[in-house]
Design a protein around this ligand. Structure first.
Ligand SMILES: [Zn+2]
Length: 510
């Protein structure tokens, strides 16, 4: 009706002006379809999803696959800005402080979950939504009690408190309706393997319980109202009718996308499947819902300086965002926001001098004589072709340089020299990877080994890293739906809370 009316008005305008209006107005939805506020909020946090990570995904999709990522499309809407990731007293944040700040709108200390800087509990947006009768959900491919989901539902002095304490805190009120992720070792009874309780968990993702008691059995969780899932098929079944679902799919974190096959984890749900299931379940909550989806493994790949693994995690998160955008199209009272909590690793493509490059005679007769080598779309393709994480490659290679060359060839297509392979496997007298500069910041032998491999592949990949830890760069933040226009500009990450809260207040009070 509105469209026809507008058209009728245009007929009476001078021809040039009416043409300008027609050109400028076609894609905007009619005003009656634009609700004032949101009844549903889906927040995506890419862990370690800083500006260079975002640009890696977008460059790959545009230049290699000639397509637009969902995040690219949202940014082109224009409701795009930058979050400053400053924690209380620190200019570099960890995931706990960042999550707490986005969940509560208040500054928070690194390591702390859901507490103000004096240690008092803060109400999170998830708890606020729950009190008002909305459904709530946490989805991650890290542990479900890890820092990012933890900041939205836990109140703990440290994210490094025992996994058992974090899990008990998460489950104590049974008020989070959908919990999907890893970390089953904090739930399974003492002395058992997690697959005894959650039979869908495959061997490579199995592990022993972290608990010292037998507090939870499947029946107890069902008494709390949860349908329990442990693989893709049980998740689909649970999501088809339940209003509360608890799905844990790994003893600890869930595998990298590129290791799913290597670890026989094909029956483990992807972030996309988990997001789909969570939306299905939460849609049954008539008042609306708040849910968080974390792409947790982007950060792990950043800590390990593994750009190929990271690219696949970014594409996976983007596909999950696509699920939310499809839902948003049919449910315009949904606010979708995508952001990161910080950058990780200081990833970049770079250029370098790798010997003389052949001259090129251009059509004009000019001779092009580049001094430096620059990466091309081929280098984006190399990252995409990677079929195992560096961590898996190194596990297969052991300390044998010949085997490393073979594994790198098989899983990346790159040819290392014997010297490079030897250098990539250097260990000091304590058996630690020979990367003192890396270990000064990140004391993790597996990540150090992986970073050392990355370092010795950089001549082939043009990929460089500055650290194994977090970085201070502002993170792109953007959204679609009621209230998304407030994401324009540059602001502290606490602003993400205000945008969600204000939109929900306007939406659910209607
Ligand atoms: Zn991290």
């Amino acid at each position: 009706m509105k469209r026809i009316a507008r058209h009728t008005v245009l007929v009476f305008l001078p021809p040039l002006l009416s043409m300008m209006l027609i050109v400028g107005c076609s894609p905007a939805p009619a005003p009656e379809q634009q609700p004032n506020g949101a009844r549903k909020v889906i927040l995506f946090i890419g862990d370690g999803f800083g500006a260079t990570q975002v640009s890696l995904g977008i460059q790959y999709a545009r230049l290699v696959e000639h397509r637009e990522l969902n995040i690219d499309a949202i940014m082109q809407d224009g409701n795009t800005g930058y979050s400053l990731t400053i924690a209380f007293g620190n200019i570099v944040t960890d995931s706990a402080a960042a999550a707490t700040q986005m969940a509560t709108g208040q500054l928070a200390r690194n390591d702390m979950l859901g507490l103000d800087p004096d240690g008092y509990p803060l109400e999170t947006i998830l708890e606020w939504a729950d009190k008002r009768g909305l459904g709530t959900g946490l989805v991650t491919n890290a542990r479900i009690t890890h820092a990012t989901p933890g900041g939205f539902a836990l109140h703990q002095s440290s994210r490094y408190n025992s996994e058992t304490a974090l899990m008990d805190d998460l489950l104590q009120d049974g008020d989070v309706d959908v919990l999907l992720g890893g970390g089953a070792r904090a739930l399974a009874p003492a002395g058992s393997w997690v697959s005894e309780m959650l039979p869908g968990i495959p061997g490579d993702l199995d592990g022993e319980s972290e608990r010292e008691d037998a507090r939870y059995r499947v029946e107890d969780l069902e008494d709390m109202g949860y349908a329990v899932a442990s693989d893709s098929s049980s998740l689909r079944e649970a999501a088809s009718g339940a209003t509360k679902v608890l799905g844990l799919f790994s003893a600890s974190a869930m595998p990298y996308v590129i290791d799913r096959q290597n670890l026989s984890a094909e029956g483990v749900p992807t972030l996309v499947e988990m997001t789909t299931a969570a939306i299905d379940v939460l849609s049954r909550h008539d008042e609306g819902f708040f849910m968080l989806v974390e792409g947790g493994s982007i950060d792990y790949a950043g800590h390990a300086n593994d750009a190929g693994a990271m690219l696949h995690e970014i594409l996976e998160l983007d596909e999950a965002v696509g699920v939310a955008l499809e839902f948003q199209k049919d449910n315009p009272d949904t606010l979708v926001i995508v952001t990161g909590d910080h950058g990780t690793g200081g990833f970049a493509f770079t250029d370098g001098y790798f010997g003389p490059i052949p001259d090129q005679l251009l059509d004009s007769g000019v001779v092009y004589q580049p001094e430096w080598s620059y990466p091309t779309t081929e280098h984006l393709e190399i990252l995409f072709r990677q079929s195992a994480s560096y961590s898996y490659i190194l596990e297969q290679a052991g300390l044998d340089p010949e085997r490393l060359i073979e594994q790198v060839r098989t899983h990346t297509g790159l040819e290392m020299t014997l010297d490079e392979a030897r250098a990539a496997l250097v260990r000091d007298k304590d058996g630690q990877p020979g990367t003192e500069d890396f270990r000064r910041y990140r004391d993790d032998p597996d990540d150090a080994a992986s970073a050392l491999l990355a370092h010795h592949l950089s001549r082939h990949s043009f990929v460089v890293w500055s650290t194994g830890e977090h970085t201070s760069d502002p993170v792109p933040t953007y959204g679609r739906g009621p209230g998304a226009e407030k994401l324009r500009g540059i602001y502290p990450n606490t602003h993400v809370y205000s945008v969600m809260r204000e939109s929900l207040e306007a939406g659910i009070d209607q």
